[in-house]
Design a binder for this molecule. Structure first.
Ligand SMILES: [Mn+2]
Length: 421
């Protein structure tokens, strides 16, 4: 027996963060949640699964008009015609109190009650699906506590919309402990609500399939459903299947060592090519983050229009499929503190000093006068050869010797002679 487990379809939810521009795949974005559900239905038909389970948030909220419901009904009909029943629960987004319009679903589609847990039995499959929908959005009770005990010898599956033990990106709804789900004695818990695919336990299985279609850059990576295989009352295989039609990704590019804007674009081109390949032909919605130190003002960060449009053009050029530049973020870290003026820095500074200017400056100092007095006692031949300090070339030679001397002193000694412990 095999079933598909999906959740968080959020049908007709708008995709966020995408702006219109020449060449953007606007239609793909508008209809992405519907196309993803069509893909799920096609997968169910191709794999000839025995049942489809939907764990809440099928709708993003109250339907704007009847078309959202009619679309869902038309896809359910495709499953029902193929003899594939559907069991669903509502979640916080499509709780009974939120939906003001009502359509009669095909007979083979069962929505679990929202006021108490109920069990849908499939005698031929010896499968029992236990579920409890949301009557209102704010469901703070641990609904799993009231789920019925498993039917002995049957395949028991719990269908529940829950934040489980919490997720930083998702509000708390119908919280429950994984240990309690495990202890219930079901073979598989088909959860919904958290939009990231996650396996919380494997014996028995407790699984979030993730949302069916990412809707903003926070929902990056492959999105889809889970194909579960059972033998009698045991789960023997759980496989994630991507059904999304538009894939979100972020590339982060460090530009500190880029010599020009063109070099930055080249680097983005490499990353965008990789991100595009990973989508396997889907539309790519790409966020580009450029990271620079404060001193890269030569790249003209402020010229947003230039950057956004050149990056759009670059991404379109290299992508293997349709691509959408979601947004460009410029991250400029605070200026790095300048290093303390160590000896090496001073030597470097000294090397750039004009010897004649240095000699002229030195001759004005009291130290210079004292040095001249000292030189009086040095024998004349030595004084003329080595200390002819009004000759710029002599000063230059002495500066060089000083540099070499300081370099030697600044070079760390080999480790073994340092006496470190
Ligand atoms: Mn939810």
């Amino acid at each position: 027996m095999r079933f598909l487990h999906a959740a968080d379809l959020h049908l007709d939810s708008p995709l966020r963060g995408l702006s219109r521009y020449e060449g953007c795949p606007e239609d793909d974005a508008r209809t992405a949640t519907r196309r993803a559900f069509e893909n799920l239905v096609r997968l169910a038909l191709d794999e000839a699964v025995d049942i489809v389970l939907l764990a809440g948030d099928i709708f993003d909220g109250d339907w704007k008009d009847w078309n959202t419901g009619l679309f869902f009904a038309s896809q359910l009909s495709r499953l029902v015609r193929a003899g594939i029943p559907v069991v669903a629960v509502s979640g916080n987004h499509d709780a009974t109190s939120i939906l003001t319009r009502e359509l009669r679903w095909p007979d083979a589609v069962t929505y679990c009650r929202a006021d108490e847990p109920s069990t849908v039995r499939f005698e031929a499959l010896r499968l029992a699906v236990h579920g409890h929908g949301y009557a209102s959005r704010w469901e703070h009770e641990d609904l799993s506590r009231t789920y019925p005990t498993p039917i002995p010898g049957w395949a028991n599956v719990g269908l529940l919309h829950t934040s489980a033990e919490g997720h930083p990106a998702h509000a708390t709804y119908a919280p429950c402990r994984v240990a309690d789900l495990v202890a219930k004695g079901y073979a598989y818990w088909a959860l919904g609500h958290v939009h990231e695919h996650a396996v919380l336990a494997r014996d028995p299985w407790v699984v979030f399939p993730g949302c069916l279609q990412g809707r903003h850059v926070g929902e990056s990576g492959p999105k889809g459903c889970v194909l579960v295989t059972m033998e009698e009352d045991r789960v023997t295989n759980v496989r994630f299947e991507a059904v999304d039609v538009l894939r979100w990704a972020t590339v982060t590019i460090a530009v500190d060592d880029c010599a020009s804007r063109a070099a930055v674009l080249d680097r983005v081109a490499v990353a965008a090519t990789e991100a595009s390949h990973a989508t396997e032909g889907r539309v790519l919605a790409l966020r580009v983050q450029l990271k620079a130190r404060a001193n890269r003002s030569d790249l003209y960060w402020g010229d947003d229009e230039w950057w956004v449009n050149n990056l759009r053009s670059t991404c379109t050029e290299v992508a293997t499929g349709p691509v959408w530049l979601e947004t460009v973020r410029f991250h400029q870290s605070a200026a790095a503190p300048s290093p303390p003026p160590g000896l090496a820095t001073l030597v470097h500074a000294a090397a750039s000093i004009e010897p004649a200017a240095l000699a002229a400056a030195l001759s004005q100092t009291p130290e210079w006068a004292r040095a001249q007095q000292c030189l009086e006692v040095v024998p004349a031949p030595i004084r003329q050869d080595a200390f002819h300090l009004d000759d710029p070339s002599t000063v230059a030679r002495l500066v060089q010797e000083a540099e070499a001397l300081v370099d030697t002193r600044c070079t760390p000694r080999p480790l073994e002679t340092r006496g470190e412990v």
